[in-house]
Design a protein around this ligand. Structure first.
Ligand code: AMP
Length: 408
């Protein structure tokens, strides 16, 4: 096979953030990872470019560059293109099958991945106000790749799309209808790529068709959300109009009484931006105990720290409230999935989430839960009616998979 033909079997997945670019190159036929890279600190003083090379999903080499000389997103995308051909001689960036972009907020318009054209870019521009912290940089990634590699098909995959199956009584808020009609104020939900990836993995692990499964999926990372999945489709989720609603997160408040920001704004004379910043970056575990690192919180709690104890108690209590709600709304549940940094790595948090739920059919196997897990694993007791699973998430692979389906 000549090199161009090899490149035609490759997809580049790009996630452009405000100061970072994460990218993964996948081999299309078997969806195996070839290169994963992360550029961080764009526009900041400390920049870094880390490149991981793989052979059929097996890591072969890591290259870390702390002396990055570029500063803009355009230079970052140029560096990505350079990496593709520099580290893998058979990759021709000009012959890739597609470049696929993660896009956080697709609003109501985008319910499946789409090929980018002028009309799509115009529509994406109109969604900026729905996710001002994420969408503009996602869009910049697309337009830069269009400019630098104009002949490669560009695809957009949305983190909200999985939740477009929510029924109206789950996605509408009890607020004036005009707010919904004029400004599309409704629940959208996020982490859709992660929830859809892990539920498919769960179906494979359990040997069941996805459409037959009712699942509660807990994405517990620095951002966190929980999703009720009915017959393989999202039927409710804790994040809402923005990723601020729901669970207590690393630095986000999750659910609060909506009158609190208005009251505090008045009392302290704060601007909208200051309030938004406080709820997104100065709240959650950071506000309660000074760190978003759950491992540190568990150690501090052990040492008798009151704030760490309270932070973890609030964190777990909120998760259990949502598990309870989704047990009822789903009616019958086949599995609970733990995923993302905390869900995959902290047996203690998993144990606290599942404590004393035997009467609801949820029973952890203590030893299985405490194993170090690097792949999808069942951690429930044999007599647990509901399966409890730990499944490492892989949003990039989900994007590659969705893109492959779109292209075929
Ligand atoms: P993510 O957003 O999915 O990358 O997850 C990041 C979060 O996972 C961070 O808050 C980490 O502190 C947390 N994390 C990673 N490993 C562990 C662990 N062993 N125990 C508790 N939290 C962890």
């Amino acid at each position: 096979m000549d090199d161009d033909a090899k490149s035609e079997q490759l997809i580049l997945v790009v996630n452009t953030g405000s100061s970072s670019i994460k990218y993964s190159l996948f081999h299309l036929p078997d969806e195996s990872l070839v290169i994963h890279g992360e550029i961080s600190g764009l526009g900041l003083s400390q920049k870094k470019h880390c490149i991981h090379l793989y052979d059929s999903d097996r890591p072969t080499m890591v290259v870390e560059d702390d002396n990055v000389e570029f500063d803009t997103h355009e230079q970052g995308i140029r560096a990505v293109i350079d990496v593709l051909s520099r580290f893998n001689q058979s990759v021709r960036p000009l012959s890739l099958s597609a470049i696929s972009h993660r896009f956080v907020h697709g609003g109501e318009a985008f319910i499946t991945p789409v090929l980018v054209d002028k009309y799509v870019v115009q529509q994406l521009e109109q969604l900026t106000h729905l996710a001002p912290l994420h969408n503009p940089s996602n869009l910049l990634g697309i337009t830069l790749c269009q400019t630098l590699l104009p002949d490669i098909p560009q695809v957009v995959v949305f983190d909200t799309a999985f939740h477009q199956t929510l029924p109206d009584y789950a996605y509408r808020y009890a607020i004036p209808e005009q707010w919904y009609l004029d400004h599309k104020i409704r629940r959208y939900g996020f982490h859709g790529l992660s929830h859809s990836y892990v539920v498919q993995q769960a179906a494979d692990l359990m040997g069941r068709p996805l459409e037959s499964l009712n699942v509660i999926s807990l994405h517990l990372g620095n951002g966190a959300s929980i999703c009720a999945i009915k017959q393989g489709k999202s039927s409710d989720t804790s994040m809402g109009f923005t990723p601020l609603e729901g669970l207590v997160m690393g630095s986000r408040s999750g659910d609060i009484d909506p009158s609190i920001p208005l009251y505090i704004q008045q009392k302290y004379g704060l601007t909208n931006e200051q309030i938004e910043h406080s709820l997104n970056y100065d709240s959650g575990l950071v506000a309660l105990a000074g760190t978003n690192d759950v491992q540190v919180l568990l150690e501090q709690e052990q040492a008798g720290d009151h704030n760490a104890r309270l932070a973890l108690a609030i964190y777990i209590y909120r998760i259990r409230k949502y598990i309870g709600a989704y047990l009822i709304t789903l009616g019958q549940v086949d599995a609970i999935i733990f995923t993302a940094g905390i869900g995959e790595n902290s047996s203690e948090i998993r144990s606290r989430c599942c404590q004393d739920l035997e009467q609801f059919g949820i029973k952890l196997a203590t030893e299985r839960n405490q194993q170090i897990l690097s792949q999808a694993t069942i951690i429930n007791d044999t007599d647990s009616a509901i399966k409890i699973l730990v499944i490492p998430t892989n949003e990039e692979l989900q994007i590659a998979h969705d893109t492959k389906r779109l292209l075929s």
